[in-house]
Structures are given as structure tokens and as C-alpha cells.
Write a protein that binds this ligand. Structure first.
Ligand SMILES: Cc1cc2nc3c(=O)[nH]c(=O)nc-3n(C[C@H](O)[C@H](O)[C@H](O)COP(=O)(O)O)c2cc1C
Length: 169
């Protein structure tokens, strides 16, 4: 069984989460590729997809949304999971709170099994001028809030589900 972990990322934080999910799946016995979503041209050869995006101004990045639209029919034929990487700050008080606006639509479009929001990383040195200004307006704290244990637990859940599906098939 071969799994694709495809993610859209501006400043590499989400890309590293995608790579950690792929590592977790490989460790649990699944052949897995982590690929930037804009480099994926076909889903041929994959049996499951994990699709993720960084969240900017409440939305997924355009390339991840386009991926879901272009591959809707192929995604409907296989197990799909979604993840968002966005909020920063403490886990019990994420900034901003809540689910990105696109997620309910993308869940329906891809018929995803589940969606997870992971805290992200804000490194001011990596941001463009306009991004820095936007971050200051919402008072988002700088730092790396990514929770690698939560990311690995997500990989474990996906692995369990895929094993179950494989046995049932
Ligand atoms: C200009 C800007 C706007 C952002 N807007 C949101 C947002 O609306 N919701 C959210 O959860 N995170 C938001 N974030 C936080 C990013 O999603 C977070 O830093 C993420 O880890 C970035 O991923 P990347 O390094 O893969 O691009 C924003 C960050 C910046 C710089």
C-alpha cells in the first residue's frame, strides 16, 4: 500500500509536518512519499492521500485547494485525510482559534475521513514585509508551536485505519 502526503507550504513549516507524517507512516510499514502539492501531477499508483496546507488569513493555500478540485474523482476512490497547519501560541489558547474556512468544503469534496489542525511556526525572519505587518495586527506570538507528538499520533491513527481497511478488503 502506497501513501502520498502532499502539502502546501510558504515557509517550510507545513512541509516539515508533512515529512514527519510520512516518516511516521514509513516507520509503521507503509511505502510513503512526502511531496509539495504543486509537484504532484497524478495520483496513479497511490492507495491513500494525506493532504495538508498552511493557513493564511483563515484559508488554505490556493495550490492545495486546486489540488483537491483537480483530483476530486481520484480522491473519492481512496481514503483521504486532511490537515491544516496554522495557529500559534499555547495549545489551550491558539491564535487564531477555530477551523479554517475551507475545511468543511474540502472535507465534502475529498470525502476525507478526518481533518486535524496542528499548531504552526511563525519565524519573523522568514516572513515578507506585508506578512510581518499582518502578524503584528493579530498579535500572533512568534515561535515554533509545532507539536511533533500530535503529528505522530495522527500518523498512527492513519496507519491503524489503513491496516483495518486493508484487512477488510
Ligand atoms: C500573514 C500571515 C497570516 C496568517 N494567518 C493565519 C490564519 O489565518 N490562521 C492560522 O491558523 N494561522 C495563520 N498564520 C500562521 C501560519 O499558518 C503558520 O505560521 C504556519 O505554520 C505557516 O506554515 P508554512 O511555514 O508552511 O508557510 C498566518 C501567518 C502569517 C505570516
Amino acid at each position: 500500500m502506497r501513501v502520498l502526503v502532499a502539502a502546501a507550504s510558504r515557509h517550510h513549516g507545513t512541509r516539515e509536518i508533512a515529512e514527519a507524517i510520512a516518516t511516521g507512516l514509513i516507520r509503521r510499514g507503509f511505502e510513503t512519499d512526502a511531496v509539495p502539492v504543486e509537484h504532484v501531477t497524478t495520483l496513479d499508483g497511490y492507495d491513500a492521500v494525506v493532504l495538508g496546507s498552511a493557513v493564511y488569513m483563515g484559508r488554505w493555500l490556493g495550490e492545495a485547494r486546486r489540488f483537491a478540485q483537480i483530483h476530486t474523482s481520484a480522491l473519492g476512490m481512496m481514503p483521504v485525510w486532511l490537515f491544516s497547519s496554522g495557529p500559534v501560541g499555547p495549545a489551550d489558547h491558539p491564535i487564531p482559534p477555530g477551523t479554517p474556512a475551507d475545511v468543511p468544503v474540502l472535507m465534502r469534496l475529498t470525502q476525507a475521513i478526518d481533518h486535524r489542525t496542528f499548531p504552526g511556526r511563525l519565524d519573523m525572519r522568514r516572513l515578507h514585509f506585508a506578512e510581518r505587518a499582518a502578524v503584528r495586527t493579530i498579535h500572533a506570538p512568534e515561535g515554533d508551536s509545532r507539536d511533533w507528538d500530535a503529528v505522530d499520533r495522527f500518523a498512527a491513527e492513519i496507519a491503524d485505519e489503513l491496516r483495518g481497511a486493508h484487512v477488510a478488503a
